[in-house]
Write a protein that binds this ligand. Sequence first.
Ligand SMILES: [Zn+2]
Length: 305
Amino acid sequence: MQKLRILFYVYTLLVSLVAASSAWGASAIGEQKLKIVASNYPLAYFAERLAGPRATVTLPAPASVDPAYWQPDAKAVGAMQKADLILLNGADYEKWLAHVALPRLKLIDTSATFRDRYIRIENAVVHSHGPAGQHSHEGIAFTTWIDFDQAAQQAAAVANALIAKRPELKALTLDALQMLQQDLAELDEEIRRITAAKPSLPLMASHPVYQYLARRYSLNLKSVHWEPGEMPPAQEWAELDKTLAGHPAKVMLWESEPDTQVVEKLKAKGIASKVFDPCANRPDTGDFLTVMQQNIKNLKLVFHP
Ligand SMILES: [Zn+2]
């Protein structure tokens, strides 16, 4: 009898311990954190905002490379195979996808909801620049997230994938999504307001990555294919002069701070250099939101000098 009573006591103690631990949420015993791999920083940022401490989010592309031109090594593929979710940008961003065996059910194409709105690049030219070597921008434009309405749809796709994995966290995830989409809507609204002042203002871009920004905010934008750290050859400058003859831009947008010699040479032509960083990889300081806010400040100087 005494033995039974002790057993019963142990049982009730265990039951109350389990109840207490599940009340602590994701840190509860037995509840594993979701393992999420993101193919670029915007998606990693969205996942971090939406899942908070309930997931570990990794961005396997090294900080020094553009994730669009990254190839996963065996270690990165292994991490993806072990992940619960693999967040893809879609729009042909993951050129490596066809060469890697991954469980289809884990793959989340975050831009699938607007695939009928992808921009196709015609007559792209292959350029050789930087240590990454040659690349072209043929096919589909992939910097989808700098149209902040599209970014909001990509964030929703991440939230849906999280909810499918952890239905018990639906309310928390949807609350986080609402806050994230509010932040993205503010960026969207601010760019609309700034650019609406001069809708036909001719602009140059240093690299063909601003197609969705230009469409969403009706920018009159033409592009060369230059890299921030390199002096373009004479032929490129001649091409620019030809473009400027019919498109008198006073500003060139750059993905990052360009080389001072290039800045000076552009300045001599009456063209100022302004950074609009797509933020495809994790920034040295700040986060997706602060980088975009700085981009908007820079854009404001273009439209309201
Ligand atoms: Zn390029």
